[in-house]
Design a protein around this ligand. Sequence first.
Ligand SMILES: O=C(O)COP(=O)(O)O
Ligand SMILES: [Mg+2]
Length: 234
Amino acid sequence: MLKALVTDVDGTITDRRRRISTAAIEAVRTLVDAGIEVVLASGNTVCFMDGLCKMVGTDGTIIGENGGVYRRGFSGTLHIPGDKKPCLEAFEVLKDYFAGKGIELELYSAQYRFADVAFARNINPDEVRMVIHDRHLPVRLLDTGFAIHLQALGINKGTALREIAGEMGLHPAEMMAIGDSENDIEMLEVAGIGVAVRNAPTATRRAADWVTGSAYGDGFLEAVKKYYPDLFSR
Ligand SMILES: O=C(O)COP(=O)(O)O
Ligand SMILES: [Mg+2]
């Protein structure tokens, strides 16, 4: 039995417009009530995720900022394996580059971020990748479909999943992970079962053990029904 479920947020338990799937919330509550630990793993900030965990009904175990931060339960120690410094430095370079083209980069929730940098997708991510490559910036770009993130090298949701599994006394093989985007690839690979929802891009689907037939929250529901059939028999 898979003892824990690690789920991405945007694009997995939400729709394309980021509205949360009420069916997915109900499914998470069914899992939690049955003693399955549910970990939310996102590019979002800790404070955003705390509110989400409270209202969805999990114990507050989170992976945030694409693995840059993680915490076991609401009152656990907040670990920050990420490093915001190279991300901020790279962002300054990118800001100047795009300003030269008359484009202003819009930071997202900068005051709440401990470990990564996120900004609006009003530019082509491939152009950002090109600048990162040409200037040898020591960061990785993650395009979540909702924002562009800069992350320190070697940090991702998969590395955080291993850490949090250890704190939970579990092996990653006992966990299932579900995601929709390139920031979920490592976590799908590290977990015992990795599922991509139908709306995921090719690279993410490839990293998954299984791809759902439905997209977004309906895909999430399909996955938990498949892997926890006893809890969703009706
Ligand atoms: O923060 C984002 O850009 C997307 O968040 P996600 O990892 O929950 O999809
Ligand atoms: Mg996502």
